[in-house]
Design a protein around this ligand. Structure first.
Ligand code: COA
Length: 163
């Protein structure tokens, strides 16, 4: 079974890695898809996000990374993926995911959404929390893969010195 895990990944966190590693055990092939969420202003370019995810999943032979615009279900059809994976951390995620997956179901009912419940110790992590932590001078090493932490510090402290 080929599955697709879409998201903004701005940046990738250990919470995302938890979902990727577990979904890679279930699927024969997992494609991590960097998509556009029109409600979000991003810090990292698409190329930076491709690089950070590619490096972080290099130990998982059945995982690849793509970036696309448009609808996630259209990308799934193009890739031949029949399953959409998303993570759920709390009730708030559930409500949002229910809305998204229902819209996706209306658009294409041949693509099934499946949800993995976040590992409890990682369920408070979000990309925004990580960015705020580094902006405020903290170190995100416990919350993101090492390569992401490096680029996160460069990006935020680089930006900060130019303010
Ligand atoms: N662990 C840690 N963090 C998690 C997480 C987990 N298991 N699951 C979600 N998150 C966090 C992310 O860090 C992110 O935090 P932020 O809001 O602070 O940035 C947030 O929860 C969700 O972000 P993410 O999972 O990266 O993706 P998203 O919700 O921004 O992505 C798309 C939504 C891209 C999948 C959706 O907008 C999409 O499909 N867009 C294409 C258009 C489309 O087809 N829309 C649907 C039909 S209308």
């Amino acid at each position: 079974m080929k599955a697709c895990y879409p998201g903004t990944f701005d940046p990738l966190t250990n919470g995302h890695m938890d979902i990727i590693e577990r979904a890679a055990e279930i699927a024969d092939e997992l494609i991590v898809a960097i998509m556009v969420n029109p409600d979000k202003k991003v810090l990292f370019s698409v190329l930076e996000r491709i690089d950070m995810i590619t490096e972080s999943v290099s130990h998982l032979p059945n995982v690849s990374v793509v970036a696309a615009e448009g609808l996630t279900v259209d990308l799934c059809r193009r890739l031949g993926a029949s399953v959409l994976v998303r993570g759920i951390r709390a009730v708030m995620d559930y409500e949002y995911e229910l809305q998204q997956s229902t819209a996706n179901m209306m658009l294409d009912d041949t693509i099934e959404s499946i949800f993995l419940v976040a590992t409890p110790e990682l369920s408070f992590i979000s990309s925004s929390v990580v960015k705020n932590l580094v902006l405020c001078g903290g170190d995100a090493e416990k919350f993101v893969p090492a390569s992401v932490n490096r680029i996160l510090k460069e990006k935020i402290h680089g930006n900060r010195s130019s303010l």
